[in-house]
Design a protein around this ligand. Structure first.
Ligand SMILES: C[S@@+](CC[C@H](N)C(=O)[O-])C[C@H]1O[C@@H](n2cnc3c(N)ncnc32)[C@H](O)[C@@H]1O
Length: 259
């Protein structure tokens, strides 16, 4: 029997319209779709005949351990199936896509990687925040806020990062906000630096909480903000009142502009 293939496909950050043409094409032809928690259900409708396997991870809990996921991909491919591994955002941005690709390579299973629109860029865009802006920010860095949970990834050097990029985008950072804010201020970021926390960005649940580096952790705690959240730290956040274009939820009383 001919061995099948695995495509690691980026589903985009939430809005199902943000998957790539290549990703959608592969999804429509898939025999098996192994998908994550943040993948929009409407995308699964594009593969009505495919076997669907939920591999999603809810905060701290794993629906399937990572080893089981990779074993599943290898097994289905070896049975000659076209497997789509549908991952939120981009597969190679904090998505463990690299680990899955390595496992496929080691098993001799042909694979391809279809990049996706990462939440790191798309979520700020839907909140009206450009990551770079002439005269305001000439660089940005994307960081994980969940160092403890990603033991295999290099830990974040907050001291170096505090001044290394104009805009910082933090994924998986809600729980660690107090520490992140403290570290950044301690290493030279002004306490008044604007910060936006965008939850469920690009979806009809999108909501944004805005504050300053020295009060954002308290605001987030009072609003009981839960993941998934992208944090944007930097002066570009001040452009949001002029550039906000996407309709948002207003669930939290404390949502507001920087004062
Ligand atoms: C495990 S990482 C995966 C990132 C993904 N591979 C990407 O490129 O967007 C999950 C984190 O991405 C962020 N995230 C993903 N989708 C999001 C969304 N729609 N709104 C806000 N944050 C999101 C959150 O920080 C969440 O905790």
């Amino acid at each position: 029997m001919r061995v099948g293939t695995v495509a690691l496909v980026g589903a985009g950050p939430g809005d199902p319209g943000l998957i790539t043409v290549r990703g959608l094409d592969l999804l429509r032809r898939a025999d098996v779709v192994v998908y994550d928690r943040l993948v929009h259900p409407r995308l699964l409708d594009e593969a009505p005949r495919a076997r669907r396997v939920f591999a999603g991870k809810a905060a701290g809990r794993h629906a399937l351990p990572q080893e089981r996921i990779t074993a599943l991909l290898v097994t289905h491919a070896r049975r000659g199936r076209r497997v789509v591994r549908l991952k939120g955002g981009d597969p190679f941005v904090f998505g463990r896509g690299g680990e899955e690709a390595l496992a496929l390579a080691r098993a001799g299973v042909p694979f391809e990687v279809v990049p996706g629109v990462t939440a790191a860029v798309a979520v700020p865009a839907y909140a009206g925040i450009p990551l770079t802006h002439r005269g305001v920010a000439a660089s940005f860095a994307v960081v994980t806020g969940q160092e403890e949970a990603c033991k295999r990834e290099a830990s974040v050097d907050w001291a170096r990062l505090a001044r290394a990029a104009d805009t910082l985008v933090v994924l998986m950072g809600v729980g660690a906000l107090p520490r992140i804010a403290r570290e950044l201020i301690a290493h030279g970021r002004p306490p008044a630096t604007p910060v936006a926390l965008v939850r469920w960005g690009t979806t009809d649940l999108q909501e944004t909480l805005v504050g300053r580096l020295d009060d954002i952790a308290g605001r987030a705690a009072r609003a009981r903000l839960e993941p998934p959240v992208v944090a944007v730290i930097g002066d570009v956040v001040a452009l949001r009142p002029h550039l906000q274009w996407f309709p948002e939820q207003t669930l939290h009383a404390s949502i507001g502009a920087v004062r």
